[in-house]
Design a protein around this ligand. Structure first.
Ligand code: ADP
Ligand code: MG
Length: 501
C-alpha cells in the first residue's frame, strides 16, 4: 500500500469514527428526551384523571367510580396513544385487572409513590406509569397509564438513518478533499521531485525545480536545487582542474621532447656534416670549371641528392620536436621502433653502442598516437645508451603476450603488444627502481639528466591504456617494456611465437 493511500485510509477511518460516535450519542440523547416526554405526558394524563376518580369513589361508591373511569378511558384512548386502567390493590377482586408490570415491582406504589417502568408487551417496549389511588391514606389501587414507546423508537431509527447518511457524506467529502489536496500539494510535487531525482541520477543537473510550497516538500525541492548547484560547481571545478592538469602534462612532455632534441642536436649536426661536405665539394668543382660537359650535370644531381638527404635528416628531428594535436590511428609498432632507432643511431654509435637488428621480429598493430609512443620509446633508448658508458648492444624486441595488467591498470587478462628495450648497462638498485618513474628523479649530472624521461614515458603509455614494466640487475643491465592494448587483437607476425619479455 502506498504511503498516500495509507494516510487517506487512516484519515477517513478517523473521520468516520468521529461522525458515527457523535451521531450515536445524539441518537441516544434523542431517545432519552423522547422517553422523558412520554413519561411527562403519562403523568399529566394520570394526574388529571385521578382526582375525579377519587372524588366519585368517595361520594358514589366504587361501582360508579369505575364506570366514570371507563368512560374517561375511552375518551383518552381516542385522543392519545395512552391506555388507562385501574389496578386494584389485590388481584383477587378482579382477575382481569392484572398490571402489565409484575406486582412485585409495585410495592412502592402501595406506599404512595408514583412509579414509571419500561415493560415489554407482546414484543414492543411500553412505558407504564403507576399512580397510587387512595382515599385518606387508605390505598385502593393504582392508575396504570401505558403506551408503546414507538415514537421514541421511530426517532431513534430516523436518527440512525441520518447518522449513516451523514457519515457516508462525510466520508465522500473527506475522500474528495484529500484526493484534491493530496494531488495538488503532495502527489504532483512528489512526482516532480522523483523526476528531478531521476534526472540527477542520469547526470542532468539542469532545470531547477520551481516550487512555491513552503512545506517539507518545498524545503526538499529547495535543498535539491542547492545540491544541483553545488554538484555543478564541483563538476566545473573538476573539469577546470583536469584541463589544467592536461595542459601541465602536455607542457612537461614538450619540455622533455626539447631536452631530447638538445641531446640529438650534436648527432644531427654530425650527420649533416658528410652531405654538406659533398655538396660544397661538388659546387666548388662547378664554380672552378673543373667539371665540364656531362660531369656538371652529374655533380648537380649529386648536390640535389645530398640536399634531399639533409632535408630528410632535419625533417626527422623537426618531426620529433614539433608539438602536434594528439591523434590515434592503427600503427605498426615495428615502424615506430624503426623510426625511433633511426633517429638515435648516431647518438648510439658515438657511445660505441649498436642496435640489435629488428629484422624478423613480429609486428603487432596498436591503436596509438605514433609520435607520442616514439617519444616514450626514445626516452627508454636514450636511458639505455646513457646506462652503457663503455658501449655494448641494445636490443629492442617486439611481440604480443597474454598477460594480466598490474593492479593500478585494472584491466582483464588479455593479449597485449609489447616493445622492450634491453641494455647491458649499469643496472639499477631497488631503491632507484622504486623512484625511477617519479618526475625529476635522476641519478645523472646536471645537463645530462632532467629526471623527466621515464615519468613522461609512463604518462604517455598510461594514456594509451598500457603500462611500463622494469627488470634490472646491478652491473648486468636493465629491461624496460612498454605494454599496449593490441588493436583488434591482431599481430602481424613474421614469427608466430613472439619472444616473451
Ligand atoms: N636503462 C637504465 N639503466 C639504468 N638506470 C636507468 C635506466 N633508465 C633509467 N634509469 C634510472 O632512472 C632515472 C630516471 O630516468 P629518467 O626519468 O629518464 O631521467 P634522466 O634520464 O633524466 O635521469 C635515471 O636517472 C636512472 O637512475
Ligand atoms: Mg632519461
Amino acid at each position: 500500500m502506498k504511503l498516500a493511500a495509507k494516510l487517506i485510509a487512516v484519515t477517513i477511518l478517523a473521520v468516520l469514527a468521529v461522525f458515527a460516535g457523535r451521531g450515536y450519542q445524539n441518537a441516544r440523547r434523542q431517545m432519552a428526551l423522547s422517553e422523558a416526554d412520554a413519561r411527562e405526558n403519562a403523568w399529566l394524563v394520570g394526574r388529571a384523571l385521578r382526582p375525579a376518580l377519587v372524588d366519585v369513589w368517595r361520594k358514589e361508591g366504587e361501582q360508579r367510580a369505575l364506570e366514570v373511569f371507563s368512560y374517561a378511558r375511552e375518551r383518552v384512548r381516542l385522543a392519545s396513544p395512552w391506555d388507562l386502567r385501574f389496578i386494584p390493590r389485590s388481584s383477587q377482586d378482579r382477575p382481569d385487572s392484572e398490571p402489565l408490570a409484575p406486582r412485585t415491582q409495585l410495592e412502592k406504589v402501595w406506599q404512595g409513590d408514583e412509579v414509571t417502568l419500561v415493560v415489554p408487551v407482546s414484543g414492543t417496549e411500553h412505558l407504564v406509569t403507576y399512580l397510587p389511588v387512595q382515599i385518606e391514606d387508605h390505598p385502593l389501587g393504582a392508575l396504570e397509564v401505558s403506551g408503546p414507546l414507538t415514537v421514541r423508537d421511530e426517532r431513534f431509527k430516523t436518527e440512525m438513518i441520518q447518522i449513516v447518511q451523514r457519515t457516508a457524506l462525510g466520508a465522500l467529502i473527506a475522500i474528495l478533499s484529500i484526493a484534491v489536496v493530496g494531488f495538488m500539494f503532495v502527489g504532483r510535487p512528489m512526482r516532480r521531485l522523483v523526476d528531478k531525482a531521476r534526472r540527477i541520477g542520469a547526470g542532468d543537473l539542469s532545470g531547477p525545480l520551481d516550487m512555491r510550497q513552503h512545506d517539507e516538500i518545498g524545503v526538499l525541492a529547495h535543498e535539491m536545487n542547492e545540491m544541483c548547484d553545488r554538484l555543478r560547481a564541483a563538476q566545473e571545478k573538476l573539469a577546470d582542474e583536469t584541463e589544467r592538469r592536461l595542459a601541465a602534462g602536455e607542457q612537461l612532455r614538450h619540455a622533455d621532447r626539447l631536452t631530447t632534441v638538445g641531446k640529438l642536436a650534436s648527432g644531427v649536426a654530425h650527420e649533416l656534416g658528410t652531405p654538406l661536405n659533398v655538396v660544397s665539394g661538388r659546387a666548388k668543382m662547378i664554380v672552378r670549371g673543373q667539371a665540364v660537359g656531362p660531369a656538371v650535370a652529374e655533380s648537380a644531381q649529386t648536390i640535389v641528392e645530398q640536399s634531399e638527404r639533409m632535408t630528410q635528416i632535419i625533417k626527422q628531428l623537426l618531426g620529433f620536436a614539433r608539438r602536434r594535436q594528439p591523434q590515434q590511428k592503427q600503427e605498426s609498432l615495428r615502424a615506430i621502433a624503426e623510426r625511433t632507432l633511426a633517429l638515435l643511431r648516431h647518438m648510439a654509435e658515438k657511445a660505441g653502442i649498436t642496435f640489435a637488428s629488428l629484422d624478423g621480429v613480429p609486428d603487432p598493430v596498436v591503436q596509438v598516437d605514433a609520435s607520442m609512443i616514439e617519444q616514450a620509446l626514445t626516452n627508454l633508448v636514450v636511458n639505455a645508451i646513457q646506462a652503457m658508458p663503455t658501449g655494448g648492444t641494445i636490443s629492442v624486441r617486439l611481440g604480443a603476450d597474454v598477460i594480466t595488467p598490474p593492479a593500478d591498470i585494472e584491466g582483464p587478462l588479455a593479449e597485449y603488444a609489447y616493445v622492450c628495450v634491453e641494455d647491458q648497462g649499469v643496472g639499477m638498485t631497488s631503491e632507484q627502481m622504486t623512484h625511477a618513474f617519479e618526475p625529476f628523479f635522476t641519478t645523472k649530472d646536471v645537463g645530462e639528466g632532467t629526471g623527466l624521461g621515464l615519468s613522461v614515458a609512463y604518462g604517455i603509455v598510461r594514456d594509451h591504456g598500457g603500462w611500463i614494466g622494469v627488470a634490472s640487475e646491478i652491473g648486468k643491465g636493465s629491461r624496460f617494456s612498454i605494454y599496449l592494448p593490441l588493436a583488434q587483437g591482431t599481430v602481424k607476425a613474421d614469427d608466430d611465437k613472439p619472444a616473451r619479455s
